[in-house]
Design a protein around this ligand. Sequence first.
Ligand code: SF4
Length: 342
Amino acid sequence: MSDRITFTHPEPLPHATRVWPVFLPFAGCPYRCVFCAQDKQTGQDEVDLEIIFQTLEQELDQALARGRGPYELAFYGGTFTALPSPWPEKFLGLAMRFRERGLVMHVRCSTRPDCVDDSGLSMLRAQGLDMVELGIQSFDDAALRRSGRGYAGDTARRACELVKNAGLGLGVQLLPGLPGDRPGIFAEDVRIAADMEPETARLYPCIVVRGTPLATMWERGEYESWSLDRAREELAAALPVLWDKNVRVIRLGLAPEGTLEENILAGPWHPALGQSVRGTALFEIVRQQVAELGRVPASLSAPRRYSGEFYGHGRELASQYFEIGLSEQSVRFGDVAEFVLG
Ligand code: SF4
């Protein structure tokens, strides 16, 4: 039994840079994956790279003239490394021009694991790319096959190594609950991803969006999605595994962008899923510390930055805190760096 216990949140500190997203829906994608709804997320069906380029150039010019920034430029929504020539070098050249003028600090892109190789990544790095986010989705061969991803788990592992060996920052995206999912697959995917020690991870539970091949599979009864409760539990269990390897988890669930929300047919989507998951993970940390304390705690002092997620969404965790002896009156948030359980 202890007098009091002091502990910190295991999450790595977030980066302060503002992200400037540039959406290139489906650009460079060899085909449309069964679950993918970039058109609904971005509100765009067709992509004209010339228009995107010109618009970006104008907006960067305006931002510079107004003294904004600096920004991290992020090319999302397609397969950047498979864009037809000369687009990767054109976009990176544009980013470089604004980097030299102090507006852009960092450049990243997202791509598929089967669309990277040694020489291509080295070339993109030389042209100013800093980081690659790989849409791994899963390392499991069966889930990848049933989802029609067109590569195996080994390809995904190798792609992580290629990115790191090229001297680029690595980000991974996982998509739990794909067709072919089985109990334990996501936990194993998280373990493998954490072992790759990426800088960042995004966890997007699979949802069924109107107009996708997955929607047809779901309508025919060939696909069953995760429940929201399962997503919350599995994602909350994944966080400490990733935090333990210093991985920043920068997104939990798809953002309600474009026309996504109105087109969701099934699956574990909720606008506050991230808050709920982070709250659940934090509750487990506190619960373990209370067990360590060995008695009913009298109080908990906590850093203010966790006040928004502490009780989860809609105070869903308040009764669980009460059960471990922490009433709402005994928890105080303040300008402190550590949690103190007394
Ligand atoms: S999941 Fe990625 S690779 Fe597949 S269609 Fe969507 S953007 Fe393209």
